[in-house]
Design a protein around this ligand. Sequence first.
Ligand SMILES: *Cc1c(COP(=O)(O)O)cnc(C)c1O
Length: 392
Amino acid sequence: MPGRHFLQIPGPTPVPDRLLRAMHRAMEDHRSSTFPALTRRILSRLPAVVGQTRGEAFVFPATGSAMWEAALVNTVAPGGRLLAPRFGQFSHLFVQTARNLGYQVDVLEEPWGEAANPAHIEAALAADTAHEIQGVLLVHNETATGVTSDVGAVRAAMDRAGHPALLFVDGVSSIASLAFQFDAWRVDAALTGSQKGFMLPAGLGMLWMSEGAMARVEACPTPRAYFDLRPMRANNAQGYFPSTPALSLLFGLDEALTMLVDEEGMAAVAARHAHLARGVRAAVGAWGLAQCAARPAIASDTVTAVVVPEGADARQVIEAAFTRHDLALGSGLAQLAGKVFRIGHLGDMNELTLAAALAGVEMALHDAGIAVPYGSGVGAALAAWQRGRASA
Ligand SMILES: *Cc1c(COP(=O)(O)O)cnc(C)c1O
């Protein structure tokens, strides 16, 4: 189809031309004497993305979910006990990964559409008087339901329980888009992949570790090879990697860090996502549709899961959007299949591209028999953005 394809899923997100150009380069010798400059530019700027001033950051040729494994096998002994709230497909998969690695996971079930409940976490930790629980697994932004949990409140709950468990935070659809305070929340391991807020193709996993988490790495008895942080750390210190780095993606990451950290600034990046999300939520409200997020306070600024009316099939909206309007929307995952479609609004996005995407959603809703008034959502979004600008 002529014109632009609208990749409005919550990852991979559109890759800006500037990053495509940065990656379109010949390969280089990753053992050369000039290579360390690239490694250092990347590793020195990654901490700023998450508000980290102490601890270390790592990059692997991998994806976000691989970093679940990397974080756990470097810090938690085999069979160790973990605690995880579960409220969507990604928090479910984090639990499954930990169980597949042989860990015992106590799951706190929350309704899908809800966030992690700090009081439930506090109670579970307080009940663990022997301090057997080694870590809390938290998905900051549940991409399946469009819900953001309050990491600071979870940390406060852990403090109230006086529990020494590590705090593992999946930030795959939050980092580099939402405000993230690694230091202030005393996160022990934060992780993401390259294809969401970083606006790159998939293929890099990124992991930020606290000093406390790093202190466990050396002595951790868990078998590991590829994800062992010890050789990674030793090589990185010299500006190199233990195996061949994903060089094209590193060229892209270097440029993405320039865009995010040096030029726009992380506070402005988060403010832009919050601003754009207000328009999307206004559109959904004007269509008379509900969000999967149970309460406005927990609605995500990077992805909105829209619930279709009883009797309608969200898959028809997604199919019509894709085949007729060249617009890719996210599907309903697991128990939400057919019930919701998801609008990703993270990464390389502004008001006008998002307005066009919302117009496409309106046409696709009509195609699927959900006759919202044309322009209603787009108009509400534009009004919300203009109001937001006036009050800024
Ligand atoms: C996308 C996503 C993942 C999976 O990341 P991959 O890079 O596909 O492995 C994990 N958690 C959340 C919250 C996500 O949005």
